[in-house]
Design a protein around this ligand. Sequence first.
Ligand code: ATP
Ligand code: MG
Length: 176
Amino acid sequence: MRLFYALWPAPTLATSLASWAEQARPATGGRIMRTETLHLTLAFLGNIDMETAEELIDATPVHRLEPGSLTLDQYGVFNRQRILWAGPSRTPDDLQAVHDGLWLWLSGYGVQAPTQPFRPHVTLLRDIDPAKAPEPTPEPLIWHYDRMVLVASESRQDGSRYRVVAQSRPQPHPAA
Ligand code: ATP
Ligand code: MG
């Protein structure tokens, strides 16, 4: 099973992200990602054997993620992958801690952390022309998260399909 953990935006935030994609596309071109598939990957696990996958599916609902928020305030480009994304210009410490804590927890299941640093982003467009500078950034978006989801990525003829197979226990946000 090809698995990843992600933050999944609420529908209103996903709609705002979709409008970021539409605003960038005249400049960069590329394929727009479907609104309901937009997400921020916390940990990409890759292919996981069925036994470990089932353990993770069972353990995820008892996992508590420290709730927090992040501000998406910039477009970014991954040149090599020809991706345009939305993300925070600086990774918040609490999101970094969520990422690091998640990988520490995953190491208990024998899943190895990547060597590259965490670069939080939401992929908006694929197959862009990376030489074309993105449009000016729209108004920043604030993302309050209280859980993560475990997603199975299944490859189909028309590309990958995502299926949410578990989610962590939703946590109350600290009183504002
Ligand atoms: P496809 O690869 O079929 O075009 P996809 O990229 O949407 O589709 P996956 O490759 O299964 O689907 O990736 C699922 C999520 O994990 C995506 O957010 C993707 O950006 C991220 N991801 C994939 N590979 C890696 C990797 N090696 N390191 C970090 N994140 C990854
Ligand atoms: Mg991929």
